[in-house]
Design a protein around this ligand. Structure first.
Ligand code: GLN
Length: 281
């Protein structure tokens, strides 16, 4: 018979041996998910025994975490903004910094507005779904070049009851010609190819390259998004996009060349320039 306490301390040791820095919290998160209880309940019930089925499941999770697989992929879920999204290795794990995009959209467009939004490179669908849940008059369209990502975004739209308000298309932005939009949002891959190797193992070993890499200079996809948006936006429409921490100056130049007026560039929680808001004139 193994109780919660000894299961956790054993798992913690194993994770530390595999140099997982967040060993304690990771073990607790994984076990609380296996037992389907809140994390604080683990401490209160530390002497309770765990059945064999759950021990096996927990140990298999720990084995995966030892290989640096992100918790979000192990549990197939990630919280973003006010919702939980299904994720697997085919989509980028939603990041807290990306919530700045949502904040900016909600600030700019009040509740009674009726607008149409295009999400370029929707991945898990976390951005468009979070926005549409907050604004019942908005209509959405989401595109991605990955069929597998698109299926996940569709699934997320379904569990959040938005399947009737978001249209999905498998397409890159430069080959997409359907409709004109009031707002385009995007979190494109913007990491330079040679810098990928400096990312943590959890990221580079597991998250899709397609969702991370922005070519040699990091601007390959971003430029396509800007060009495509210039064509797909209504006059006076806006583009709200995530950028890399060192891309501010160049992004301004590219946007101005493509007939955008840069309204503002917002910093993230780590004080990095992260979100650009601009208008097509
Ligand atoms: N739109 C998704 C997100 O922000 C996916 C972005 C991407 O794959 N680059 O999480």
């Amino acid at each position: 018979m193994i109780n919660i306490q000894s299961l956790l301390s054993e798992a913690k040791k194993e994770l530390i041996n595999s140099s997982v820095i967040s060993a304690e919290i990771d073990s607790e998160i994984l076990l609380s998910n296996v037992l389907k209880v809140k994390r604080d309940k683990l401490i209160i019930n530390s002497q309770k025994t765990v059945n064999v089925k759950n021990i096996k499941k927990f140990n298999s999770f720990i084995e995966r975490r030892k290989k640096k697989e992100p918790i979000a992929y192990i549990l197939n879920k990630k919280d973003f903004w006010k919702s939980t999204f299904f994720v697997d290795k085919n989509v980028l794990i939603p990041r807290p910094d990306t919530e700045i995009l949502i904040e900016q959209v909600l600030k700019k467009y009040q509740k009674n507005k009726k607008i149409s939004i295009l999400d370029v490179g929707t991945g898990s669908g976390c951005i468009i779904i979070s926005i549409l849940k907050e604004r019942e008059n908005f209509m959405g369209c989401a595109i991605d070049i990955s069929k597998k990502a698109l299926n996940i975004a569709k699934y997320n739209a379904k569990i959040h009851h938005l399947e009737n308000r978001i249209k999905f298309h498998k397409s890159s932005v430069d080959k997409f010609f359907k409709g004109k939009y009031d707002l385009i949002i995007s979190n494109p891959p913007y990491i330079k190819k040679f810098e990928l190797k400096y990312l943590e193992n959890d990221i580079i070993g597991f998250e899709p390259n397609l969702a991370l890499e922005g070519g040699n200079d990091g601007f390959l996809v971003t430029k396509q998004v800007i060009k495509g948006s210039s064509r797909l936006l209504k006059k006076g429409g806006s583009l709200i996009m995530e950028i890399g921490f060192d891309q501010k100056m160049r992004i301004k130049k590219i946007l101005e060349k493509e007939n955008f007026f840069v309204n503002k560039i917002i910093k993230d929680y780590g004080e990095n320039h992260r979100c650009v808001i601009c208008t097509k004139f």
